[in-house]
Design a protein around this ligand. Structure first.
Ligand SMILES: Nc1nc2c(c(=O)[nH]1)N[C@H]1C(S)=C(S)[C@@H](COP(=O)(O)OP(=O)(O)OC[C@H]3O[C@@H](n4cnc5c(=O)[nH]c(N)nc54)[C@H](O)[C@@H]3O)O[C@H]1N2
Ligand SMILES: Nc1nc2c(c(=O)[nH]1)N[C@H]1C(S)=C(S)[C@@H](COP(=O)(O)OP(=O)(O)OC[C@H]3O[C@@H](n4cnc5c(=O)[nH]c(N)nc54)[C@H](O)[C@@H]3O)O[C@H]1N2
Ligand code: SF4
Ligand SMILES: [Mo]
Length: 724
């Protein structure tokens, strides 16, 4: 790997030290750019940059969540940031080729095209698409930019595919959505833990010791997953559910609780509403029928329910396995029913956690880059909320647009021509959206696609303009980890080439659009100061949090309405966040996936992650250490399934769904259900699994059903002797 050409400040250091080739070091206290744990680390860059000899060393730094651990992604996260693949200058596409363009010309071009498109088709013809890797400051500013600079209603972000089911379920059931309702330290106190559709071992590896510690204390761990994973190795009981059937499985568990008299009547009476309806609904459920639907034996369903119900303390965690379903909202609600009926929330060792995904998956969903949201988790449809935020922004509330549509629906609008220009900041939608072929076509049809990224992602390739942005080592800002703890990521490395901070790009564009007076910031902290005010009094209240306080306290939990008071670690100890203080129970039907298997497409496909790669792989594939661990995609398949379709370990398989086909290599393992195959999501082009996935959305939260669609499988080369 070659490093980006030269790092001027190292020259300066060398010269100051007496010049020519003297070794210097830059020590960076930073945090990992990848998952929601946000592990802290110290990165040291040393050597002689003049001679092109630069070395890096990484040390984990203790902080409360990671306790001084780093996983393999964190250890190697510097590699992509310093790689020569970084885009260093703005690029414009002319005659199908990218050419260097100055920032001034790039901005002038975007502004004139935005103005022209708005004039011809209205402001809603311009869309914005954000991401959960962006800092709170940028995410906040992106929302403000859409509503104040462009005044377009079309803004959404990749968190729609990530957090929307759990977020809407938490908001409706508990009155507030904060990923974990407890501090991580509560895990060791839980006597029974349900891990539903979450693969912590590969996705938040530095959290595993919390669960192993619990296990050492005798905690009973129940894993719900169609596959065996690093996480299921912890399980005392593994329910290998048929993909998409978690809501039904939870009904089986709830009915068993009722049958055994394990409902916490006092808690249900005093702290919830809706029990009578739920009870009547559960009395109509049959555990035997549910066993057939879900593929989980009735005995196992009862055992899981009894163990959880009888345990003195317990926690339920969900992640994308349960949530990325066309009934993801309801599936999470039913697992929340389990928590609430047993009274296991708001006490030490009791609670619910939706394990957040992206680095700022939590903060990114709170401050306005979602179609229907204003800062502080306020609603763009609520007149009081609009008035409050408009006042902070100094605009007339009537100027603020209404709510737009969800991420995939924006892609459909681009395909249909209603959205004509799109600015993508912090996402690679061509690989991460369902039904990716339509999304690719939508990008091609846009009159103007602007992508702000560090790399030439699959989406950037289709862009008319690419704007180079700073990476985590260069861009200061706050991120909120999976516990709801707001952390400050300091930045020490100068931007390479002409890369700019995301927020700076938004300010410059606003200036060009004649709305610069609302976007005058010199540094990230000024944006955070405004965010504090804009979130004040909202459910995600950051008012009491300041950069200085975060530095002093190593992170502060929200809600934190007061600069003196503590943030809240364990939530709902005495009341829930609804006006009446109660949590809401709800009757949930036994939903089936939007697409069932049939003769033509006889196998379920589920998708997810592996340890060494991150999301669409744009960053991790540019790290030689990580890329070499898994250099291509694969399909995980049971030996019986492989035999049935003429496949074997290492052979290439063609997977076909109603939407398209991909070619991936077989990994044969007994650890997956026979009716299901698994393909990771980290590769694009001919290995992009989202070419296969179904665009059907959850009716409540608009989450796509990434975790189940129907496919057929065949060998890539029918005669095995020809295979490479
Ligand atoms: N290494 C790595 N870590 C990551 C990421 C990454 O890309 N790579 N991404 C980050 C992000 S943004 C996210 S959102 C999180 C995701 O974290 P997770 O949600 O834990 O990860 P996934 O692998 O998508 O899915 C989890 C499990 O769900 C199972 N599953 C599939 N279908 C079903 C089903 O129908 N029901 C149930 N109960 N389980 C099912 C899969 O087999 C898988 O083991 O990880 C974060 N951490
Ligand atoms: N089939 C299937 N599809 C899925 C999922 C699944 O489980 N299965 N999971 C879904 C989930 S949970 C998620 S979160 C999405 C994620 O999907 P994407 O949003 O597409 O994920 P990333 O690969 O993180 O893309 C981020 C892009 O932004 C760039 N980037 C990183 N940091 C910054 C920054 O600070 N500023 C800017 N401007 N750019 C930056 C990266 O280089 C990269 O190109 O995928 C979803 N898609
Ligand atoms: S990927 Fe997640 S667990 Fe691994 S070092 Fe980064 S923040 Fe920590
Ligand atoms: Mo995610």
């Amino acid at each position: 790997m070659r490093l980006i050409p030269t790092i001027p400040y190292l020259y300066e250091h060398a010269a100051a030290d007496g010049g020519g080739g003297v070794a210097t070091a830059l020590v960076m206290e930073t945090q990992c750019p990848f998952c929601s744990v946000q592990c802290k680390m110290r990165l040291t860059e040393s050597g002689d940059s003049a001679a092109g000899e630069v070395q890096y060393s990484v040390e984990a730094k203790p902080n409360r969540a990671s306790e001084g651990r780093l996983c393999v992604k964190g250890m190697n996260a510097y590699q992509h940031a310093v790689s020569e693949d970084r885009i260093l200058y703005p690029l414009v596409k002319r005659d199908g080729q990218f050419e260097r363009i100055s920032w001034e010309d790039a901005m002038a071009l975007i502004v004139s095209r935005f103005k022209q498109i708005a004039q011809e088709s209205g402001v809603d013809a311009i869309g914005l698409y954000g991401g959960g890797s962006l800092t709170n400051e940028t995410a906040y500013l992106l929302g403000k930019f859409a509503r104040v600079a462009l005044r377009s209603k079309y803004i959404d972000y990749n968190g729609r595919f990530c957090m929307s089911a759990a977020a809407s379920a938490g908001s409706k059931a508990l009155g507030l959505d904060r990923g974990l309702t407890n501090p991580l330290s509560d895990i060791a106190l839980a006597k029974c833990i349900v891990l539903a559709g979450t693969n912590v071992a590969e996705c938040q590896p530095t959290l595993m010791p919390y669960f192993t510690r619990a296990k050492e204390n005798g905690t009973f761990i129940i894993v719900i997953d169609p596959r065996e994973t690093g996480t299921s190795k912890l399980a005392d009981l593994h329910l290998k559910v048929r993909p998409g059937m978690d809501a039904a499985l939870a009904n089986g568990m709830l009915r068993s609780l009722l049958d055994e008299g394990l409902v916490d009547e006092a808690f249900v009476r005093e702290r919830t509403r809706g029990y009578d309806t739920l009870r009547a609904h559960l009395m109509e459920q049959s555990v035997e029928e549910i066993a057939v639907m879900t593929g989980v034996p009735a005995d196992s369903i009862r055992r899981a329910a009894l163990t959880f119900g009888k345990a003195s303390t317990g926690m339920v965690f969900t992640a994308r396995g349960v949530e990325q379903q066309t009934d993801g909202y309801m599936a999470v609600r039913n697992l929340l029913n389990l928590v609430l009926l047993t009274g296991k929330i708001g006490k030490a060792g009791c609670g619910y956690g939706a394990i957040t995904g992206q680095g700022n998956g939590q903060g990114g969903r709170e401050h306005g880059q979602k179609a229907d949201q204003l800062p502080g988790y306020r609603s763009i449809e609520n007149p009081e909320h609009r008035a409050y935020v408009a006042d902070v922004w100094g605009v007339d509330p009537n100027e603020l647009p209404g709510k737009g549509v969800s991420a995939y629906e924006m892609m459909e609008k681009a395909y249909e021509g209603e959205i004509r220009a799109l600015l993508v900041m912090g996402s690679n939608p061509v690989v991460s959206n369902p039904n990716a072929s339509l999304v690719q076509a939508a990008m091609e049809r846009l009159d103007l696609l602007v992508v702000a990224d560090m790399f030439m992602s699959e989406t950037a390739r289709s862009a008319d303009l690419i704007l180079p942005v700073t990476a985590y080592l260069e861009n200061e800002g706050t991120l909120t980890n999976l516990e709801g703890r707001v952390l400050l990521r300091e930045a020490h490395r100068p931007a390479p080439g002409e890369a700019k901070h995301d927020w700076r790009i938004l300010c410059d564009l606003a200036e060009g659009l004649g709305r610069g007076t609302y976007f005058r910031y010199e540094h990230a902290e000024q944006i955070f100061e405004e965010l504090r005010l804009a979130s004040r009094g909202g459910t995600a209240d950051y008012y009491g949090i300041t950069y200085d306080r975060i530095r002093r306290e190593e992170g502060v939990y929200w809600p934190c309405p007061d600069t003196e008071g503590e943030g809240v670690g364990r939530m709902f100890e005495t009341s829930f966040a609804h006006a009446d203080g109660r949590a809401e129970l709800i009757a949930v039907d036994n939903h089936f996936p939007a697409e069932l298997t049939d003769e033509a497409y006889p196998i379920y496909l589920t998708t997810g992650r592996v340890l060494s790669h991150y999301l669409t792989g744009v960053q991790t594939r540019r790290s030689h250490t990580l890329a070499s661990r898994d250099f291509e995609s694969f399909v995980e398949m049971h030996p019986k399934t492989a035999k049935q379709y003429g496949l074997a370990e290492g052979k290439l398989a063609v997977l076909t769904s109603r939407r398209g086909e991909i070619v991936v290599r077989c990994r044969i393992t007994r650890t997956i259900r026979e009716d299901t195959v698994f393909v990771p999501m980290h590769w694009g082009d001919s290995q992009n699994v989202n070419v296969l996935t179904n665009q059907a959305l959850d009716p409540t939260c608009r989450m796509p059903g990434f975790k189940v669609c129907a496919v057929s499988i065949r060998p890539f080369i029918a005669n095995p002797s020809y295979e490479m």
